[in-house]
Unconditional design. Structure first.
Length: 399
């Protein structure tokens, strides 16, 4: 008779105060308490000497050369065994219930990341719990399962694991009779401001470009146009409302230098853009912010890009202001709204990083197209009633 014929063990989570009809898949946020019950139902009389409940977080990555699995969190709940029957003899057809609870913490234990790092900022990022990532059974938005655009090479999974234990005779050790797991979705708060070091990475960003503007007929140069892109403000994913639109703005400065006395000032012909998510992965660890690597055939080696639907704007004519004899300036403020898709906030772990970039393509008659690329930070709002950040509260100066 197998152990499954002798015993059923179920894990159930208490529905939180924020769950509703539509959010059958609750996101557990920083500071949330995950409360649940383990129900033990023996199908015959059986001796059980212990129960263990863990809240486990793990990540997996696969590359051509192999795969790696890493546990970054393993929190144990001490089950109240005073509810055990006398002599630990669990009776057939009875139900035994044991409560447990865990808190979604704001930080991982220091032993979760001990490798060498290029800067304390990297360590700080790696010691924040990452969001659930790449597991279609727990990804969702507004109660619907949605693609979270993780490449198949990366998974970040949180589980509640229950072990049923039996004493090993003539030793003080216990063996595991049965293990049960339940996956859950964790969406930790991510800070609004990205660490500067992480934003100034060399991931082929381009914030400024200048091109000559040529006369459409004679092709003679008329002036020099410079477009400067200000990295957009961070996008904030709302705490518990999956339906509100997430917006930000992009600022651009344009400069036109010409020696012509009565110049015809450049105007925009088209303005297109798109958001690109990049997921980096490794089977060792990222000691710095990862950068894109390609193989001999120019294929991505350590990353995967996802392009979100492009958008375009029809721009009103530019309002140029003369600032000197030869120089004209103007500014553009472009609103940006995220498509209603399942965006995972920016995060970094030892094995996986998810970052975003905004790519813009601007065409001006007479000039080569301007292609600009800026880093974009997407963060997840913090519940103001949740405990303050450990890192913010005690400072963080680990090397
Ligand atoms: Zn690390």
């Amino acid at each position: 008779m197998s152990i499954n014929d002798m015993l059923s063990v179920d894990i159930s989570l208490r529905k939180g105060e924020y769950s509703s009809e539509e959010s059958y898949l609750v996101s557990h946020l920083t500071g949330d308490k995950i409360e649940g019950l383990v129900t033990v139902r023996p199908h015959c009389d059986i001796r059980i000497d212990g129960l263990e409940v863990f809240f486990i977080g793990e990540e997996r990555t696969t590359v051509q050369m192999g795969k790696v699995h890493r546990q970054f969190q393993n929190i144990k709940y001490d089950v109240d065994e005073s509810g055990f029957p006398p002599m630990n003899k669990f009776k057939s057809k009875q139900r035994y219930r044991f409560k447990f609870d865990f808190e979604v913490r704001d930080h991982l234990p220091p032993e979760a990341c001990t490798h060498a790092v290029a800067s304390p900022v990297v360590r700080q990022a790696h010691l924040r719990p990452p969001p659930s990532f790449g597991d279609p059974t727990v990804s969702g938005l507004g109660g619907k399962l949605r693609d979270d655009y993780a490449p198949p090479t990366c998974r970040i999974v949180y589980t509640i694991q229950v072990n049923v234990l039996r004493n090993i005779p003539i030793s003080d050790k216990k063996s595991v009779l049965m293990t049960r797991t339940l996956k859950l979705r964790v969406k930790p708060a991510i800070d609004a401001t990205p660490p500067l070091d992480l934003m100034s990475s060399p991931n082929d960003y381009c914030l400024e470009q200048d091109h000559a503007v040529l006369d459409s007929r004679s092709k003679a140069p008329m002036g020099q146009l410079t477009v400067i892109l200000d990295p957009p403000k961070s996008f904030c994913l709302p705490l518990r409302d999956p339906h509100s639109l997430v917006s930000s703005t992009v600022n651009m400065a344009l400069r036109y230098e010409t020696s012509e006395a009565h110049p015809e000032l450049p105007q925009l012909q088209s303005f297109r853009g798109q958001l690109v998510a990049t997921t980096f992965y490794t089977v060792t660890h990222h000691d710095d912010l990862p950068t894109k690597k390609k193989d001999f055939f120019n294929r991505p080696k350590n990353y995967s890009d996802t392009q979100f639907p492009p958008f375009s704007y029809s721009m009103a004519s530019l309002d140029w202001v003369q600032v000197s004899h030869t120089m004209y300036e103007t500014a553009l403020l472009v609103p940006l709204t995220l498509p209603r898709l399942n965006f995972i906030p920016t995060f970094h772990t030892c094995l996986v990083s998810r970052i975003y970039a905004l790519e813009l393509r601007i065409t001006v008659p007479g000039a080569a197209p301007f292609t600009l690329k800026a880093p974009v930070h997407i963060y997840a709002e913090r519940d103001p009633s949740a405990l303050p950040s450990y890192i913010a509260a005690v400072g963080f100066d680990s090397p």
